[in-house]
Design a binder for this molecule. Sequence first.
Ligand SMILES: [Zn+2]
Length: 276
Amino acid sequence: MKINGHIDSHNHLAKVLHTHPDRINVWIQDALDSGIGFFMQGGIDPQNWQHQIQLQERLPGQIGLCFGIHPYFASERSITELDPILDQLAQCIGQHSGNSELLAIGELGLDFRPDYVKNGTESQIHALEIQIELADWTGLPMVFHIVQAHLECERIFSLWNPKNKRGLMHSFSGSLEQAEYWMQHGLLISLGGPVCHEKNKKARRLATHIPLEFLTLETDSPDQPPPEYARGENPPKTLWQVAKTIGELRNLDAEEILDISNSNFLRVFRKDRKNV
Ligand SMILES: [Zn+2]
């Protein structure tokens, strides 16, 4: 995998390609012009995996594919409804195993905010467990989404204890102490737009204290904007705002922070790296 330019470790440009085709070219061009050259996707559902492939066809060498069942999607379905879709995920990963830019399984995880637990938590937990297992079989890294469910997710991860412990915690919203659990298991802590909000003391504490060798930067575009943008309208060039903010907290310049993030991302996600 050869990457020219900086890496946005997590975004949803494949979703934007589908929902705002008018916006996608400008957003990507602006990002490329600013020196960002690679856009790692977060997976949501089977339709989204297809959109990721379409985006990769338009931008060969610049899109990291990530197929998975998002906790939002899982929360709206029963286990019986989810099982064939999880089978479809395994098939889709198998079909694309020769694609050098299929880099991860995800977003897998748990989101226990009230909107996503109306039907209980069993479906989300089931999708998480199957995807941990799938990552273990395939050796692919994992991209986690955890909101208000950190202890439960740690418990499940410890219980399954996969041999394959690689990946990133996308837009990590837990405490510094909770981040430590994942870093001890070799996972990267990815930070994005929330860190740019001065009031977000938790994200800023993380950005200030986590060891630099575990840090990656993302935009989660079009979501999780810095203060200047509305939700849903966050373009990937705001990776620079995230880098500038974290750089100020760490006494480094934005470029240096992005270089650190890039090398961490490549260490964990590059395909020629052997599983340990
Ligand atoms: Zn995401």
